[in-house]
Ligand binder design. Structure first.
Ligand SMILES: NC(=O)c1ccc[n+]([C@@H]2O[C@H](COP(=O)([O-])OP(=O)(O)OC[C@H]3O[C@@H](n4cnc5c(N)ncnc54)[C@H](O)[C@@H]3O)[C@@H](O)[C@H]2O)c1
Length: 366
């Protein structure tokens, strides 16, 4: 008999994104409940468990996978762990929600997709921009023909660098800001345009600020040529001062729309003293800041997790899958290779022996 009721969820990881997943399930509680959390940093996991009323805490995620009632597991661990965790979760017969970027290599992506298929479980790719209300609205208007033929879609995310140390270590992250945030922009443009094939990718990248911390790039511009004739422009930076920016532009033959995720959901605020909670990626709350209200909802995280739980129950068709993550991974490969060669790179692009994507830009000096 098919399972019913709320989907029982386990979370792997207890850092930044684990908190977002737990909070998202709390905000939209009717489809799922978090019953366990697993992280080697036991203290952090216990703190999250206490805050969200999660009854079971594990230090080894493989132990959590032995719990028979857990149906769906979300991965919020560093990128280098996504593939092995996905395989382990699928082999335990549980559905997988994997944070972006899907993994480190195309070989890993293929293995993840194949294993989940064989085990009969869903591989759900956590790209929240498919659920971001402002961006969904822009897509609905475009799909109704409001802008005529859409020929240019831009997505940009910029701030002053990541919150956790592992992002600087390309062995764990796979690259710099292009791996971290370019994956959002590529996925966004592809999804927005109705998932046309990607014909080519051109990228320019550099390390302007963090050369002493990482081999990764901290600034990138990426131009994507789609088979339907449209262009995607993805701009990302870890070098931007002044807080976080996330915005899109959509240009068509008969109109356009512009959306800034934070402006319009924020309170333009000036304070000489600062205030008690952090504004994401802003170095201070003194002076001018733009604190966002209902932040997770405005990003689309609760809607995303709710959708994934309903997919597990068969109530909705997955809108973000391992295949989407794989398409993004191929474009990431092409982007790094383009930056390394100074040339536009045509897809399909499947170089052999890639260990981590950034090696396609800057091969490691032995
Ligand atoms: N969708 C988004 O907008 C978004 C935002 C932030 C992060 N992410 C993604 O989420 C993932 C995690 O990023 P984060 O910002 O939460 O990092 P983080 O450093 O804040 O948290 C990582 C967590 O992984 C745990 N971890 C490390 N090794 C582990 C292991 N072997 N088993 C179980 N847990 C382990 C750590 O203890 C930590 O709790 C990354 O893939 C990142 O790209 C996505």
């Amino acid at each position: 008999m098919a399972a019913a009721g709320r989907v029982k969820v386990g979370i792997i990881g207890s850092g930044f994104e684990a908190d977002i997943h737990a909070e998202s399930f709390r905000i939209m509680p009717d489809a799922a409940e978090v019953v366990a959390i697993a992280s080697p940093t036991a203290g952090h996991a216990a703190r999250l468990a206490e805050r969200y009323g999660i009854p079971r805490v594990f230090t080894d995620y493989r132990e959590m996978l032995r719990e028979p009632d857990i149906e769906m597991v979300t991965i919020t661990a560093p990128n280098s762990l996504h593939a092995q965790m996905t395989v382990d979760i699928a082999n335990a017969g549980k559905h997988v929600v994997c944070e972006k970027p899907l993994c480190m290599t195309l070989d890993e992506a293929d293995l993840m997709i194949e294993t989940c298929k064989q085990r009969g479980v869903l591989l759900l790719y956590a790209e929240e921009l498919y659920f971001t209300p402002k961006y969904v609205k822009a897509k609905e208007m475009a799909d109704q023909g409001a802008f005529g033929k859409v020929y240019l879609v831009k997505q940009s995310e910029k701030h002053f660098g990541p919150h956790a140390d592992w992002f600087w270590d390309v062995e764990q992250s796979g690259g710099g800001v292009f791996m971290d945030m370019g994956c959002h922009g590529i996925a966004f443009c592809h999804w927005f345009l109705g998932r046309p094939a990607i014909k080519s990718v051109y990228c320019q990248m550099a390390t302007h600020v963090y050369g002493d911390k990482t081999r990764g790039e901290d600034d990138v511009i990426c131009v994507i040529e789609f088979a339907n004739g449209a262009t995607g422009l993805v701009e990302d930076s870890w070098a931007r001062r002044g807080g976080m920016q996330d915005r899109i532009e959509v240009h068509g033959s008969e109109g356009l729309t512009l959306a800034d995720l934070h402006m319009g959901n924020a309170l333009p605020t000036y304070s000489e003293h600062g205030y008690g909670y952090a504004v994401e990626k802003a170095p201070t709350t003194k002076g001018w800041t733009w604190p966002v209200f209902e932040e997770l909802w405005n990003y689309g995280f609760p809607q995303e997790m709710h959708h994934f739980a309903r997919c597990v129950r068969g109530a909705e068709e997955p809108q973000a899958t391992g295949e989407d993550g794989r398409i993004v991974m191929e474009a990431l490969y092409a982007g790094y290779h383009s930056a390394g060669t100074g040339r536009k790179v045509a897809l399909p692009f499947r170089p052999e022996g890639v260990r981590i994507p950034i090696d396609l830009w800057k091969p490691k000096q032995q």
